[in-house]
Every structure is written in C-alpha cells, then in structure tokens.
Design a protein around this ligand. Structure first.
Ligand code: GAR
Length: 210
C-alpha cells in the first residue's frame, strides 16, 4: 500500500476528490495515513474524520518560529510513514528544511497552467482573478513536484479549462476544480504510486498506464 499524507488549509475539496477516488476504486493501493491542517477548524479536517482518516491541526502560531513549526511537521509526517506528501490547498510556504527532508516526495496542486499565474501571492481565488483580469481564454490546473521555489518544481500533469464570457473568479474556480483539479490530482498520485513518474533534467515525465 502506497501511503500519502495530505496537507490542507481550507475547504478540502481536493482532499475529498482523493478520498472519493480511493473509495470508488479508481485510485488503487493508496491510503491516506494523515491529514494535517495549519488552520484550526478547517472543513478539510472534518471531511477526513468523516472517512475515518487521522486528522489534526498543527498551527504555526503554536510554535516559537518557522523552524520549530516545520520540525514538528517533519516529525509528524515521518511518524506517519507517508511515502508522498500531497499539498491540497496548503497555503503555508514550506521551509527549505522541510523540502529537503522530503526531497522529490512532495507534490502540489495549483489552479492555473504553470508558468502562468503562479508564484508568490498567487493562491486560491487570486489566481482566477488575475486570469480574468488578463483576459486569457484558456486556464487550467497543474500538479507539480515541490522544490525550494514557489510553483517552480517539475510539472507532472496539466489540464486545460476554457474561460467563458461572464465568468467571475468564483465561477471559474469551480469549473477549474471540477474539470481539472479533482481529476489530475488523483491521476498524479496513482501514477507516482505505480512508479510511472520520474524526473530528468529538471522535468518530470509521467508514463501512460499500460
Ligand atoms: C484549490 O483550488 C487549489 O488548487 C488552490 O487552493 C484551492 C484549495 O481548495 N491551491 C493554491 O492556490 C496553491 N497555490 P480546496 O481546499 O477545496 O482543495
């Protein structure tokens, strides 16, 4: 069984998509061993508990500094035995120590086609606001490995979504989630669990399922 830990900050619809994929059998031989939120009361924690998954809040505010906070996170995740860490709407910038501790074992879902609308300050609804402001006609979502930069790691999978006249950031966010995020996140996890993803010259290559 391939074990994943999922880090969240909010609503947890991407976490839900992973839970549903495991429960309906489309995501095979994968189990969620831990869900961690940086925010007390995040609905994602409730979603996990409803499905019998161990879930807890580890808040940066309870630690003296970022080093202590991430040391606690590293310890918790190591103890869970997770093979992969999935950032599913986790909005805390990782420390380089954390990234180093789990090198090549952290993935993130981002709600745009990287390298568009990503980097510092681009998260959640803000990404869609900027895409609409710029007037692009196609956006989408990306799953990528996490490195020391913000949204700079090797891209594993992307899916495009059309923008429609009259879209608001909220409408677009929902369409990007439904048509792209909730599909490509479980797909990327499955591919990694099956050993079908490797990196070469800073790029990720995902082999198709045989
Ligand atoms: C998702 O749209 C995810 O792509 C985005 O936050 C949302 C979380 O929703 N992540 C980022 O913007 C990371 N830079 P969820 O809690 O319902 O999964």
């Amino acid at each position: 069984m391939f074990k994943i830990a999922v880090l969240v900050s909010g609503g947890g619809t991407n976490l839900q998509a992973v839970i549903d994929s495991i429960e309906n059998g489309s995501l095979k031989d994968v189990s969620i061993v831990k869900v961690i939120s940086n925010k007390e009361g995040a609905y994602a924690l409730e979603r996990a508990q409803k499905h019998g998954i161990e879930a807890k809040c580890i808040s940066p505010g309870s630690y003296a500094d970022r080093t202590e906070y991430f040391d606690a996170m590293i310890e918790e995740i190591r103890a869970s035995g997770a093979d992969l860490i999935v950032l599913a709407g986790f909005l805390v910038v990782l420390s380089s120590r954390f990234v180093e501790a789990f090198k090549g074992k952290i993935i993130n879902i981002h709600p745009s086609l990287i390298p568009a609308f990503c980097g510092d300050g681009y998260y959640g609804l803000k990404v869609h606001e900027q895409a609409l402001k710029r007037g692009v006609k196609v956006t989408g979502a990306t799953v990528h490995f996490v490195d020391e930069g913000t949204d700079t790691g090797p891209i594993i999978i992307q899916k495009a979504v059309y923008i429609e006249n009259g879209d608001t950031p909220e409408i677009l966010q929902k369409r990007v989630m439904e048509q792209a995020e909730w599909k490509i996140l479980p797909e990327a996890i499955q591919a990694i669990a099956e050993g079908r993803v490797h990196t070469e010259d800073g790029r990720a290559i995902m082999e198709d399922k045989q």
